[in-house]
Write a protein that binds this ligand. Sequence first.
Ligand SMILES: [Zn+2]
Ligand SMILES: [Zn+2]
Length: 138
Amino acid sequence: MTTPLSGGCLCGAIRYTVSAPISALRACHCTHCQKTSGTGSSVNAVMPSSAFALLQGTPRRYVDTADSGRTLYRYFCGDCGSPLYSQRQANPERMVVRAGSLDTPPAAKITANIWTKSARPWSWIDPATEQHAANPPA
Ligand SMILES: [Zn+2]
Ligand SMILES: [Zn+2]
């Protein structure tokens, strides 16, 4: 049993814990992650939703039509704007947590890069990682 990881938004209004270990991170270079992050990609920990618990605050939800065409819920702090996590409408059992919102970095490295076809020219993609032009196969 590992100690739960904790995280939250910049202003502290939203706090959460993660009870599952994080063994890998995934960078998403889709154009929507670029807009919501204000940079080249989002870096995420994909986990079962059962491992995630909100402790404090209620994130705002933006209903996005992702580059894939799927409906994606993007959750963020309505006060400070920090992106926190996202969930596919069709897969509520899984969630994609923004790794930078964790209080302490997990030891995991980025092992996969997705949506590399829209990666910004200045984004570095480690050639040793798994790479997918769009979404990884299911
Ligand atoms: Zn906040
Ligand atoms: Zn993305």
